[in-house]
Design a protein around this ligand. Sequence first.
Ligand code: ADP
Ligand code: MG
Length: 680
Amino acid sequence: MSHTQDWNATINHLKGVGPKTATLFQSIGIYTIRDLMFHFPFRFEDLQARELNSLLDQEKVALVGKVITDPTVSYFGRKKSRLSFKMAVDSYHIIQVTFFNQPYLKKHIQAGQMRAIYGKWQEASQQLMGTKLINQTAGEDFSPIYRSTQSLKQGQIVKAIHQAFEDYSASIEEIIPNYLNQRFHLIPLQQALKAMHFPSNSEEQEAAKKKIIFQDFFLYQWKLQSARYQRQHLRGQKIDYPVDELRQAIKIIPFELTAAQKKAVNEICVDLLSTYPMKRLLQGDVGSGKTLVAFITMLAVVQAGFQTALMVPTEILAQQHYQSFNRYFEAVGFHAELLTSDMNRELKKTTIEGLASGRIRIVIGTHALIQDYVKFKNLAYIVIDEQHRFGVGQRQELLEKANANHLANILQMTATPIPRSLAQTLYADMSVSTIDELPGGRQAISTVAVKEDEIDHVYDRIEKEISLGHQVYYVLPLIEASEYLGEVENVQNIVSVLSKKFPAVQVAPLHGQMNKEEQKIVMEQFKEQQIQILVATTMVEVGVDVPNATVMVIQSAERFGLAQLHQLRGRVGRSHLASYCFLIANPTTQQGKERIEQMVKSQNGFDLSEADLKIRGMGDLLGRSQSGIPMFQVGNPLEFPEIMQAAYQAVQEIFTQKNIITNEERQKLIEYAEKQPIEV
Ligand code: ADP
Ligand code: MG
């Protein structure tokens, strides 16, 4: 090359990539040559030759041997063919090699030649079902396989990537500071990228992965911690609340806060009193009492003369929080208003006007809060419940409704338990408060797995609890429409079975086909104990709080994920009463079995999340998109927590020790962060 090429050039600059192919690359998110180099294969075929006696039946392997007979081709059916020959492997062992529908290979194979062939080993017939001839002179040991599309073929991708490394290797820029590469023995990015596609052996492949994972985690940490640092230098609204009045107001709460709740309230209050705009995560297991921490701190903000908003993901939850806030605090002069999309127009209009004028100080609502027409007079504190249910953009939209001169304080609450060790590092842009105890007097929820034909045990318990004046949830999975019965029929079936079984008892359905008003009425009646058994699809999954309910029956429990089962079980055991959870399950898969076993064994959300990870393995990253754990192309933070930890500390170090990296290195990182959209 006569001049240095820039790897940030668009893909059409690459030799061999015309405008048409360029569009195909763009359609899978590859715009620049850099993007292409970071488009890693999703798997490799291992082309390293193996010995016969180490092979498993049906294993995909490469074998090297001497061709003993010239290949013969026979044709059958329409356009189908079979090519076969004999080959001596490990010097004396003779095997049969067969290729289907690649008759053209005949001219590349002759008796007497040494050949390497990739295929599937058939133990019984001592036969290799070939899929490709390996070109040994090219020195390939691993052959990368990329996600391709109908029109963008495997071969085109491989060719383009080869070309990219040929012409643009020199322009690959290191972004990890040198001292970190040395400390952690990381290979240069240039070498790592190449080895991600064309590793010469498995050690190099591992080294490449390590580098890419570290780089991804490091840049993630850099972005988060930059945002946090930036935030510390922004001006927020100082919430100068009257401490004694707050103490007075919360005396109305009929029970003592747990030590963990008190600690969380204090941490939040300290932040509120500073001019630094708070961004804090409040994590705590289901039933640990996060709501009250939110309410108390909201009171402080209102007493200081500002507005506050609590946003929740469902209508049912909004209703519930709205009612319980007013139940506690109306007596001491605080009133919250509700804002959801299904409210009647007039009410909604009044609330919206009240928020704009400042007459309403406390609002509890759903996504309706982020609609354009909702304006606040002096919003200074935002609480988001079940934060993992909202997108980054949605939280940001609510924040932007705050006073233009000051950033609002934000508290995000979640019960999605992630392993403790990871919380601080994954949420490095926030402060974290953890509620690590349940309110006193709670008993463990007795959890048992039962088979369909043992349902009488379940009925006995239901009968007993109802006779004690307690209530029951009966939950079934949302069944896909393709299955025999729809959601409504499934729920109705159970309702009629239970009504027959317990004729004196009120049994009611709750499902997604009912309108919001009907759902609300049913929830209210359940709360008021006019309904004893609530038969529901997963509508009750998040947040619902009816402490008098003591039985949770989960039908087809094997269909639910572990986190979801734990959330569902968390609907009971919310008072001093003994509670029961029945998992009616007939798991057919190993994973299903293990999930049920874990549920029986543990009631701790943190432990369950670690178990979940082990059960699911790494194959199931997508299911985590709702869990608040960021995803990366190569490494999952749950799989490599120690690398995330190292990256976290490295970034902290760079922030605090001015001369640990060169100015040039720092500049590159700053430029990187500037290009990233940062949520403040
Ligand atoms: P979560 O953390 O799952 O959101 P909630 O805030 O819904 O939990 O609280 C669960 C239940 O525990 C509610 O009924 C609540 O009134 C009750 N609760 C909260 N704090 C205490 C406490 N300190 N003592 C007794 N009960 C409490
Ligand atoms: Mg909650």
